[in-house]
Design a protein around this ligand. Structure first.
Ligand code: DSN
Length: 425
């Protein structure tokens, strides 16, 4: 068969783009070569609907072993008693959690998307907001989760589920406080830790498993695995709604979640991606990964200080994790303009609404900046000063094409010190 040069040339072009740029999208990372290699392998050919030992197809004995390794390693990472590694994405994982816990029309409470939350936490444009009754809490004017508001809404509305977790929030979470009000009103606490999961895995942030009934994540952000999702429980428990299996036994939450993933919302699992998840989970269990997590936080702190020094306004004045949200209004720039201009200099990040934003989500007043990917490339604290200097030069000269082009050249030269996949030639 002739090689599809059209597509493979573009894949090569994407490798060059990744190599030459400064990647600051807070939800992105670079997997190890072996994680990527595991993904491009023969389990992609295999149908394996069901779970290890209980499949609907023959010939699953090898993928059963692969999936069991992924499950066992994931349980070890989070000291969990149960894990499902089949969700194709974080959104699919969250869809399965909703399916297991909620009936259409029932109420849940989540962080507002415009305040840093996620689409699947009740956006009107998403299944979560269309199928269920979404209620929201926000952040205070200082940019910290408004726990008083969360508690008041929970008491007034008695939601069936409370979601904690965000995609643009730079502070740690008070899971204990959320669980206390949930117990008071009889709600399930569901933590979506897609963003900080790698830092939680390394013991560097509060542990949601101590207080949350259900935890989901993506695997490709700070966990540094392939694109995908997971659901985990530290403690399994009988469902409080009296749902029984055909033998009349109360179903456990893990059984409801397994059923919600397959056959509830997905068909055949992506066993090649599960193989890559298994490899990534093995890496997370190593000492190297703990060092990575510490470096992510050190880099984020150094970057926040470098932005502060130049008069940028960080929401909540700083960060506890891997990202920061910056309000650009005092710099007379929109998030859109900043993203588009930085793109021209090969500095990649995303425009982001800031809390109480007066601009549309297509324009926004802010940018979200994250360090997981550049930390994987080997940048350390002193390099954060250089990165912020380059960003500042672009933003302060946003209409000066020559200056932006000059920075693009410097970005590419600077990143040559940090080789990305040198084995790929
Ligand atoms: N889209 C992801 C992010 O960028 O944060 C969240 O799913």
């Amino acid at each position: 068969m002739q090689k599809d040069t059209l597509v493979f040339d573009l894949i090569r072009k994407e490798l060059d783009r990744q190599r030459n740029g400064i990647e600051l999208i807070a939800s992105e990372n670079f997997t190890s070569l072996q994680v990527m290699q595991a993904m491009g392998t023969v389990p992609t050919n295999k149908y394996a609907e069901g779970y290890p030992g209980k499949r609907y197809y023959g010939g699953c004995e090898v993928v059963d072993e692969i999936e069991n390794i992924a499950i066992d390693r994931l349980k070890k990472i989070f000291n969990a008693s149960w894990a499902n590694v089949q969700p194709h994405s974080g959104a699919s994982a969250n869809a399965a959690v909703f399916l297991a816990v909620m009936k259409p029309g029932e109420k849940f409470l989540g962080l507002d998307l415009s305040m840093g939350g996620h689409l699947t936490h009740g956006s009107p444009a998403n299944f979560s907001g269309k199928t269920y009754q979404a209620l929201h809490y926000g952040v205070t004017k200082e940019g910290i989760v408004d726990y008083d508001q969360l508690e008041a809404k929970a008491r007034a509305e008695k939601p069936k589920m409370i979601i904690c977790g965000a995609s643009a929030y730079s502070r740690d979470w008070d899971y204990k406080r959320i669980r206390a009000v949930a117990d008071e009103v009889g709600a399930i606490v569901f933590a979506d830790i897609a963003h900080p999961a790698g830092l939680i895995a390394s013991g560097l942030l509060n542990d949601p498993f101590d207080h949350c009934h259900i935890v989901s994540s993506t695997t490709h952000k700070t966990l540094r695995g392939p694109r995908g999702g997971i659901i985990t429980l530290r403690h399994d428990f009988e469902n409080p709604w009296g749902i029984k299996d055909p033998k009349g036994n109360l179903r456990t939450m893990s059984q409801l979640l397994d059923l919600a993933v397959f056959p509830g919302s997905q068909g055949g699992p992506l066993e090649h991606v599960i193989a890559a998840k298994a490899v990534a989970f093995g890496e997370i269990l190593s000492e190297d990964f703990k060092a990575y997590g510490k470096q992510v936080i050190a880099n984020a702190q150094a970057m926040a200080a470098a932005f502060n020094k130049r008069g940028y306004q960080l929401i909540s004045n700083g960060t506890d994790n891997h990202l920061m949200l910056i309000d650009l209004r005092n710099k007379n720039l929109t998030g859109k303009k900043a993203q588009e201009t930085l793109d021209k200099a090969h500095i990649t990040l995303n425009k982001n609404a800031v809390p109480f934003d007066d601009k549309s989500p297509f324009v926004t007043s802010g940018i979200r900046v994250g360090v997981p990917a550049i930390t994987t490339r080997g940048l350390k604290e002193p390099h954060m000063e250089t990165v912020v200097h380059l960003i500042d030069r672009v933003l302060m000269n946003a209409d000066d094409e020559k200056e932006v082009a000059a920075v693009k050249g410097e970005v590419s030269a600077f990143m040559q010190q940090f080789p990305l996949y040198p084995e790929l030639g």
